[in-house]
Design a protein around this ligand. Structure first.
Ligand SMILES: C[S@@+](CC[C@H](N)C(=O)[O-])C[C@H]1O[C@@H](n2cnc3c(N)ncnc32)[C@H](O)[C@@H]1O
Length: 233
């Protein structure tokens, strides 16, 4: 709640209808108007939720579609805009930015993203694995700090193992790696490990992994990617 912008909060508090994935609805339920219609659903039903939201907006309701983090980063913003276009809805749509997992996780680890970084989702549900592999090779080869979203879940362990193998072609085994679970939530946890030990760490679908570049190091227990400043004593 603390990391939600005042604007996002105001729009949820005043919405006539709030639409979202069940887990996210539960996180905001306390600020939803008692009279508001709440439409919650399961993962994988994003298109249905986007269409429902547009239908309710066409009826004249103020609708808030909730996403975790930033709705424009692997979130609902794109599918809502597409659903509105297909339905010729003609309703105004505003995308309200939020704190995405990459920056929430970075803040818990130290300062790993102060220079160029790449963000890659390891979920091959909507993106072919071959393309994800190409992006891992490209980002590894270009020495980006790499943020991995959707690293693994109980039933989906192979992508992280494959990504690990690819990244070891470009990075030393001692490269610092940070894993942050449930950033900004009650069960938050952060671990700094190395690329070598990545697969031994506890990583689930609410985790974000940050793999350092060739200059990332540990400074007083925090993960830091130097930006190039020269510090005198
Ligand atoms: C479908 S993406 C949604 C990203 C979200 N829109 C954002 O901007 O953070 C889901 C992935 O985001 C990351 N994620 C979302 N919430 C997180 C949290 N609280 N802590 C750590 N990672 C999180 C995880 O990698 C998760 O698998």
């Amino acid at each position: 709640m603390e990391h939600m912008t005042p604007k996002a909060r105001r729009l949820i508090e005043t919405a006539d209808a709030v639409v979202g994935y069940r887990t996210y609805i539960e996180l905001v339920r306390g600020i939803v108007k008692p009279t508001a219609e709440v439409v919650s659903g399961t993962m994988g039903r994003e298109v249905d939720r986007a269409k429902t939201a547009i239908e309710k907006a066409v009826e004249g309701k103020a609708v808030a579609v909730v996403s975790s983090g930033d709705p424009g980063v692997y979130g609902m913003a794109g599918v809502v805009l597409e659903a509105a276009a297909i339905k010729n809805a003609g309703v105004p749509i505003e995308i309200v930015p939020g704190v995405t997992a990459a920056t929430a996780a970075a803040s818990k680890l130290g300062a790993p993203l102060v220079t160029d970084f790449a963000v890659i989702s390891l979920s091959d549900l909507l993106t072919p694995w071959e393309l994800i592999e190409r992006r891992l090779h490209a980002a590894g080869n270009a020495d980006f700090v790499i943020v991995l979203y959707n690293p693994q879940s109980l039933g989906r362990k192979k992508p992280l193992a494959k990504a690990h193998k690819i990244l070891l072609k470009y990075r030393k085994p001692e490269t610092p790696v940070g894993i942050v679970r449930q950033a900004g939530r009650d069960k938050e946890g952060a671990v700094i490990s190395t690329l070598k030990d990545l697969l031994c760490e506890e990583i689930d679908m609410v985790s974000t992994v940050i793999v350092g570049n060739s200059t990332t190091r540990i400074v007083n227990g925090r993960m830091v990617t130097p930006r190039g400043y020269h510090l005198d004593k």
